[in-house]
Design a protein. Sequence first.
Length: 287
Amino acid sequence: MSASESSGSVVRRILLGAQLRRLRESRGITREAAGYSIRASESKISRMELGRVSFKARDVEDLLTLYGVNDPQEREALLVLAREANVAGWWHSYGDVLPGWFQTYVGLEGAASLIRAYEVQFVHGLLQTQEYAHAVVRRGMPGASAAEIDRRVALRLERQKLLLAERPPEFHCVLDEAALRRPYGDREVMRGQLRHLIELSERPNVRLQVMPFSFGGHAGESGAFTTLGFPEPGLPDVVYLEQLTSALYLDKRDEVAQYARVMDRLQEDSPNPAETRDLIRGLLQLT
């Protein structure tokens, strides 16, 4: 099974959940009533509709009956979607070090056709060298064993393969200058990371910009965020906001639009990619 197939299962889960939600709402049925029909709680229906859990064929069949979907072809199309949505992603093998709330993000990241990110604290995970990633994980988890740190770094490096894939997503990233000046690891680790950024920024699918200190206050005042866009027409853009022990996934159109506007302004106000490479070369001479 390829990475695209396993990532696609997350997208199918979200698409199926969205369709089930639309069907339920069109019939005026509450989540509580829907849950009762499949011997489950209201919160289980909510998680299904958000694409956060796998689907049992029997549950989908019962919900379709409740929602008045009687056409055999329509039912079968949704049941096929349910079966495809249950394919386990490659990242499940990292379940020992991967929190459940982040599994959804890894799947969405792998399925996205456009990833736009703003980072403040450190270099974005998709752009980190192995040595830098090791320093970041070790700093963030001082009590972790060497084996656990290595597993987390391996997961990060596995995620990075999507940028080098045959049909990679467009990746637009704005790094605050603070992310490049805050040292993780020793001098050679930082120099290696800066050189890696220059190299990756030359790839046709990567647009890297740095928001310099000299600009002053800027649009990214709310902190780091990532927006994900997908090739499937039925799937809305998603904003990912990571927290210490969980994450928020926003897909309401007006909220997503606000983050898109912030990202637009960050890109407009930051030096262009060529100027950014010059900025990074200047930092490299100082490191």
